[in-house]
Design a protein around this ligand. Structure first.
Ligand SMILES: Cc1cc2nc3c(=O)[nH]c(=O)nc-3n(C[C@H](O)[C@H](O)[C@H](O)COP(=O)(O)OP(=O)(O)OC[C@H]3O[C@@H](n4cnc5c(N)ncnc54)[C@H](O)[C@@H]3O)c2cc1C
Length: 511
């Protein structure tokens, strides 16, 4: 039976699926978002949101509401078994318009993203619907959902770590599960209100203490060989783990759970019109706080491509999602594993950790690289939908393939973030008088994509010259920005026709 139709079916209303649905709603395509669970999970999981994630949520038009449910984190501290500080990193610079680390509560973020869908008549969320099977051909996907059949142009599988879609696609999920389980203990209130994450790198039992938005704290303790989750979740054992850190009353506990951390990346991220995103495509141990953030990046990358395929581009464009996202996701998993080596010096003597920390102290740059958010690979793609990535004729420090900085700029006497001028789709940015004239005369009908035209004058970057300077590297060119805020290419006005031809091929556009 034909149940209903939507341009795009998203399976899974976790943060990845919800963000994708919001971005697609904004792009004007119809979406059906389903989740097999009748109610949202409503349990604390991710508690650290990075700057790129904030920027994506802002792109979906929800940045203001986001400010109500998160606060900036002030950094991390690494301590040894005697409580001595062995490493410390601050909040880091703001490059993309948002603090590098933010503390938040995942159920609140999911509620915010769910409420965001109400803005779009063409986006529906249906809970209690289970994807059980699908078939695809060159034109469409036919999905079986709780006994009904729906036809759709693209299926985005954001169905989590145990993804049914991944199994149906026959995709491997290689990697490993950590032998040591961890207890994650979310507490309603805590006397430690320092907005700093603390990593106690104790070879006897590593543990972590992380601030929350609701006045409580999350404690995580590694379980030792022979300890079982069932036994360690008993109240007196939890009290024992906390020792003299703090007392524990039953009503203090929001959630106590045992987790097995895993490090995995799917061997393929999809095929044809069916693509995996978020935990369905990669799982990372939480030491870098990047699991959900990586999923938000997937959603941001895939959403604009899926919208373009629905409107005009060939489905081969979707393959570039894997080309762009898989390697950075793998890098992130590997870095989280390396962070785990510092936080969990078990089986190695603490000498190993201390030598690492002492070595890093002498090289603050390297220390920040390992311990700070600098360990996170820069938002930059080495291949994909870009023109002139390795072109030696581009200016030095070219932004092509990189995320555009989001400095505060001067706009007609008002200080605003650059993002506020860029719109939700592609944008052409000019910075010279010649570029401005070219933009003014441009007949948008000759371009196969909807465009926002932006002119930044010489002194636009006055309030934040350091953030603006990388953009000035392209001052004599027109920058073409993708909807996900990555620089697709840059060209001089006289090269516009060639650039346009190249673009049409790249985006698999026929007209
Ligand atoms: C203890 C812990 C701490 C964490 N800390 C952090 C952190 O600080 N920072 C961070 O970035 N990440 C963190 N994470 C990871 C983060 O929570 C996950 O990466 C994130 O929730 C993944 O989002 P998702 O939308 O991809 O998948 P999920 O949130 O798992 O959502 C998948 C959804 O798909 C639905 N579904 C599954 N199968 C079907 C089906 N067949 N049909 C319909 N619906 C289906 C499920 O019901 C579910 O709602 C942490 C995780 C844990 C467990």
């Amino acid at each position: 039976m034909r149940y209903n139709e939507a341009d795009i079916l998203i399976v899974g209303a976790g943060p990845t699926g919800l963000l994708a649905a919001n971005l697609l709603g904004q792009a004007g395509v119809s979406v059906l978002l389903i989740d097999k669970s009748k109610e949202p999970l409503n349990l604390p999981r991710a508690i650290s949101l990075d700057d790129e994630g904030c920027r994506s949520i802002d792109m979906a038009g929800l940045g203001r509401s986001l400010d109500n449910i998160k606060r900036a984190g002030e950094g991390s501290r690494y301590l040894d078994e005697s409580g001595q500080i062995v490493g410390e990193v601050g909040p880091g610079p703001v490059e993309y318009g948002w603090p590098k680390r933010n503390i938040f509560h995942q159920p609140q973020l999911e509620a915010l993203l769910t409420a965001g869908l109400d803005r779009f008549k063409h986006v529906r969320i249906e809970r209690g619907r289970d994807l059980t099977n699908f078939q695809q051909n060159s034109k469409e996907v036919i999905a079986q959902i709780s006994g009904h059949e729906i036809r759709t142009k693209i299926l985005i599988a954001a169905d989590g770590a145990r993804s049914k879609t991944r199994d149906l696609l026959g995709v491997d999920f290689p990697g490993e599960a950590y032998p040591q389980d961890w207890i994650v203990l979310d507490l309603h209130q805590d006397r430690d209100q320092e907005p700093i994450s603390k990593f106690f790198c104790d070879p006897k039992r590593p543990w972590v203490s992380i601030p929350t938005t609701y006045g409580g704290r999350r404690y995580e303790f590694m379980l030792l060989p022979g300890e079982t989750g069932q036994e360690m979740l008993q109240h007196h054992r939890l009290e024992g783990l906390l020792g003299d850190i703090r007392p524990l009353a039953p009503e203090d506990i929001m959630r106590a759970a045992v987790y097995t951390f895993e490090a995995r990346v799917a061997s393929n991220w999809g095929k044809g019109r069916v693509w995996l995103a978020g935990d369905a495509a990669h799982l990372t141990p939480p030491f870098a706080g990047q699991g959900m953030n990586a999923g938000l990046r997937d959603a941001t990358n895939l959403a604009w491509k899926a919208a373009l395929v629905v409107k005009s581009a060939g489905p081969a464009l979707l393959q570039t999602y894997e080309t762009e996202r898989k390697e950075p996701a793998r890098d992130m998993v590997q870095l989280a594993v390396a962070m785990g080596e510092v936080v969990m010096p078990v089986g190695k003597s603490s000498i190993y950790r201390d030598a690492l920390m002492a070595g890093l102290k002498r090289f603050p740059g390297a220390r920040d690289f390992v311990l700070g958010m600098k360990f996170k690979p820069a938002p930059q793609y080495k291949a994909g939908i870009f023109i002139g990535l390795d072109d030696a004729t581009q200016p030095p420090a070219s932004l092509i393939g990189r995320m555009l900085p989001n400095p505060k700029i001067d706009n007609k006497g008002k200080t605003v973030f650059l993002d506020t001028l860029l719109g939700n789709g592609f944008a052409l940015i000019a910075q010279s008088a010649t570029g401005r004239d070219w933009l003014r005369k441009l007949d948008e009908e000759t371009w196969p994509i909807e465009l926002q035209k932006v002119y930044l004058s010489d002194d636009a970057g006055l309030p934040d010259m350091s953030g603006y300077r990388p953009i000035r590297a392209h001052r004599d060119q027109i920058i073409l920005l993708r909807p996900d805020r990555y620089v697709l290419g840059a060209f001089e006005p006289k090269e516009a026709n060639n650039f346009l031809l190249h673009l049409k091929n790249l985006l698999f556009l026929s007209k």
